[in-house]
Design a protein around this ligand. Structure first.
Ligand code: SDX
Length: 431
């Protein structure tokens, strides 16, 4: 970042302070307030961090007004149509598209880390069969630090590299086994002769009793879903990973924290909540009733898969996801998917409604992703685990960037305290 010649002038309690302004390569300038408290004795106040840059980063850029999403400068629609997930993992981790030899080496490394330590399968057996797969993923990923001691030293660049590869490689196995355990079927082991997405589909849907052929169109659609959810600047779960990492916690614990945060319906859990909402709406003629509820301040109901903290235009991922939904349903011959019909009618009616236009609420990545995943055979409970699988590369890329930053220090926000001021203890007889 370059220091701007201009600075911001702040007048507090009659004193004036000049705050440096830094200019990015793209996006808004930032005002550096790091010395504000020590100089002026005041905090800034920004619940939800709507106007706060928590770090500098070179990985992902979002222009919410334009509906633009760049990964290391490459637009998501070009990556989704011309690249594939493991190539995008390399780009996010190392900053450049790989040359042929580097890509082959990277893909081979990831492929050879897909198996889990054999003891890890006993973790699954401790859960009830009806445990939500996200509960299993939080537990199993956090437990990885108990199995992979040789990649927990965050100060060793080699161990950071190995931990990154292990997490990217093992997440499909962990997620697939969470699904298999949930439905009471035996675990399917990864295969080194399959690509990343095909391996995941086979681990989810194969059974030992017969051969399983991966449908190349479905594995391409799966790979694209992985790409569309890979990274997204400083969203809630990425910020959780960064904050957990700032204390020096090991990478597996930090990614488990990110999975826990992603689970919420306001974040990665929205894809499951969106499908459940479409099921509840049930038919096109009930859409006005739900749009009215979404607009009603006294009703907590919101249109799941709509709105975004940053995008005040179309989420470019939703556009690609919608194309994928059409392709997959067409391939599977599911023309009259009622949920897709409701989704498309809901999108049209909402976008024509002044409430959504005024508040700049558009479909986000979660609006169509659930329809594609359901059509591929996944239950709604697997939608967020797949989001977590995809986002692991984003979390770990941001983690690596932060750990390598010499400015890196423990994150410790302050507060606007509105509680009681000093008072003496009162014995119970006198209360
Ligand atoms: C993801 O940050 C990321 O990058 C996240 C993500 C990623 O890749 O990491 O993109 C993934 O989390 C996508 C978002 C998935 N969540 C949902 O689809 C859940 C439904 N959406 C909302 O809960 C909401 O839009 C949020 C949480 C996504 C964003 O909320 P904000 O930015 O805090 O906005 P807000 O709640 O202040 O809403 C602004 C106004 C409010 O009305 P007023 O108080 O101004 O009158 O818009 C309204 C809200 O009531 N509003 C909605 C709405 N979303 C916002 N009204 C109806 N339906 C909605 N979905």
């Amino acid at each position: 970042m370059t220091e701007n010649k201009k600075s911001a002038t702040l007048n507090v309690h009659g004193k004036t302070y000049d705050l440096p302004i830094f200019s990015p390569t793209a996006g808004p300038d930032v005002i550096d307030i790091r010395k504000l408290y020590s100089d002026a004795g005041v905090f800034t106040y920004d619940p939800g961090f709507t106007s706060t840059a928590s770090c500098d980063s070179t990985i992902t850029y979002i222009d919410g007004d334009k509906g633009e999403l760049l990964h290391r400068g490459y637009p998501i629609d070009q990556l989704a149509s011309q690249s594939h997930f493991l190539e995008m993992c390399y780009l996010l981790l190392y900053g450049e598209l790989p040359k042929a030899g580097d890509l082959e080496k990277f893909e081979s490394t990831i492929t050879r880390h897909t198996m889990l330590h054999e003891q890890m399968q006993y973790f699954y057996r401790g859960f009830r069969r009806d445990a939500h797969p996200m509960a299993i993923m939080v537990g199993v990923v956090g437990a990885m630090s108990a199995f992979y001691h040789d990649s927990t030293d965050i100060h060793d660049p080699h161990q950071r590299e190995v931990a990154s590869h292990r997490l990217i490689a093992k997440m499909p196995t962990i997620a697939a086994w969470a699904y298999k355990y949930h439905i009471g079927q035996p675990f399917i082991y990864p295969r080194n002769d399959l690509d990343y997405a095909s391996n995941f589909l086979r681990m989810c849907f194969a059974v030992p009793a017969e051969e399983y052929e991966v449908n190349p169109i479905l594995s391409r659609a799966m790979d694209r879903i992985f790409m569309l959810q890979a990274d997204h600047e400083q969203n809630a779960s990425t910020s959780t990973v960064r904050l957990a990492s700032s204390s020096g916690a090991n990478p597996f614990a930090c990614i488990a924290a990110g999975i826990a945060c992603l689970w919420g319906p306001a974040h990665g859990g929205a894809n499951q909540a969106c499908l459940e909402m479409l099921e509840e709406i049930g038919s096109v003629d009930r859409i006005p009733e739900f749009i009215d509820r979404a607009k009603d301040k006294n009703d907590p109901f919101r249109l799941m898969g709509f709105g975004h903290r940053v995008y005040k235009n179309f989420d470019p991922r939703a556009t690609v996801m919608k194309q994928s939904a059409d392709e997959v349903l067409d391939l599977l011959g599911i023309e009259s998917n009622p949920k897709l019909q409701v989704a498309k009618a809901l999108e049209k009616q909402a976008l024509e409604d002044p409430y959504f236009a005024e508040k700049k609420l558009f479909p986000n990545v979660d609006f169509y992703s659930g329809i594609v995943m359901e059509a591929m055979g996944f239950p709604t409970s697997m939608f967020t685990p797949i989001f977590a699988l995809s986002r692991t590369v984003g979390w770990i890329s941001q983690w690596k960037e932060m750990i390598a930053d010499p400015q890196n220090k423990i994150g410790r926000p302050r507060q606007l305290y509105l509680g009681e001021t000093l008072r003496d203890y009162v014995d119970i007889e006198k209360r």
